[in-house]
Design a protein around this ligand. Structure first.
Ligand SMILES: NC(=O)C1=CN([C@@H]2O[C@H](COP(=O)(O)OP(=O)(O)OC[C@H]3O[C@@H](n4cnc5c(N)ncnc54)[C@H](OP(=O)(O)O)[C@@H]3O)[C@@H](O)[C@H]2O)C=CC1
Ligand SMILES: O=C(O)C(=O)[C@@H](O)[C@H](O)C(=O)CO
Length: 284
């Protein structure tokens, strides 16, 4: 059997990113250092957090406690929705570094485009991220929840092509149009809620394929993502699952299994999270 090794994928700016990471949305700050510590112990080298999650400090704490060098762990955070104005974006980024006690981030994203807020101006926000990258405070910059129209606007008005676009994707919602745009423009797709927060795991097709290949439903779905070439970072606070989700690089799905999983897509009806065209939540 092949060894389980997480591939590093090249970004369009020359940096690399581990294809599998660990997501920390909805992990209580008091549990975060322990969960991230467990993930790093198992071998994860990529953590996905956000200002909105309220657990950046604990992510930084876990990275330092791991004994790993800072440059051995790829850390992403995301700009919170209340901070799209340029001055606010810069201050919020600096606050993330202070929270994590890091001198740089590996990847920083605009979390949501918020096209109905701030005059729909995410371009001036993006230019702050371009500046932060030029200043060496962040190695790579990207976006999250950007639809094709939002990406086209950045292409027309900005200098730097986002390195990644982090979007909802799982077998019930392939998000194919946005993925196709990303792919055509050398933007790496990151799939959030890769197992749809568990909702796809008892689907009969997923269960059947899992039985056929002798893996768990979660492993099969995560494997489907990585064979599509996307980045994934499943969240779990359950030690056995954190380990299970990591073991997805020592088996493959054949084309027929890949097609059966892709065939579960329900189009827009499969979306579980908010629609980026209308989402306007700003945390108080
Ligand atoms: N950019 C964005 O707007 C968004 C980004 N994200 C990012 O994506 C990450 C992952 O997405 P998330 O929404 O957390 O959902 P996931 O699809 O990763 O699912 C997490 C849920 O599935 C359960 N689970 C995890 N592994 C297994 C397993 N092997 N078997 C059975 N159940 C399992 C977890 O339970 P338990 O913890 O109890 O084990 C948890 O309830 C987030 O943590 C965040 O980093 C997420 C949403 C939006
Ligand atoms: O997890 C994230 O990164 C999110 O943006 C979500 O929390 C999102 O804001 C949401 O699901 C709100 O209901």
């Amino acid at each position: 059997m092949a060894a389980n090794r997480v591939p590093d994928i090249s970004l369009n700016d020359g940096n690399t990113i581990p294809q599998l990471g660990f997501g920390v949305f909805q992990i209580d700050p008091k549990d975060t250092a322990q969960a991230v510590g467990a993930a790093l112990e198992i071998g994860y080298r990529h953590i996905d957090t956000a200002q909105m999650y309220g657990n950046e400090a604990e992510v930084g704490q876990a990275v330092r406690a791991s004994g790993l060098d800072r440059d051995q762990v790829f850390v992403t955070s995301k700009l919170n929705n209340g901070f799209h104005r340029p001055d606010d974006a810069r201050k919020a980024f600096e606050q993330s570094l202070r929270e994590m006690k890091f001198d740089h981030l590996d990847l920083f994203l605009i979390h949501w485009p918020l096209p109905t807020l701030y005059d729909g101006d995410f371009v001036s926000t993006w230019k702050v991220l371009e500046d932060l990258r030029r200043e060496g405070k962040v190695k790579s910059i990207g976006v999250s929840n950007f639809q094709v129209a939002h990406l086209e606007r950045l292409a027309a008005e900005a200098d730097v092509v986002p390195a990644v676009n982090q979007i909802e994707a799982h077998p019930y919602f392939g998000n194919e149009e946005v993925r196709a745009y990303d792919h055509a423009h050398n933007i790496l797709t990151e799939a959030w809620s890769p197992i749809a927060q568990g909702k796809v795991l008892d689907d009969p097709t997923v269960v059947d394929i899992a039985e056929e290949v002798g893996r768990t439903p979660a492993q099969v779905v995560l494997r489907w993502h990585v064979q599509r070439g996307d980045i994934v970072f499943p969240k779990s606070t359950t030690p056995k699952r954190i380990e299970e989700n990591f073991a997805i690089f020592d088996f493959t799905l054949d084309d027929a299994a890949m097609d059966r999983l892709t065939g579960l897509g329900r189009g827009e009806a499969g979306r579980q999270g908010p629609n980026p065209d209308t989402f306007d939540y700003v945390p108080s």
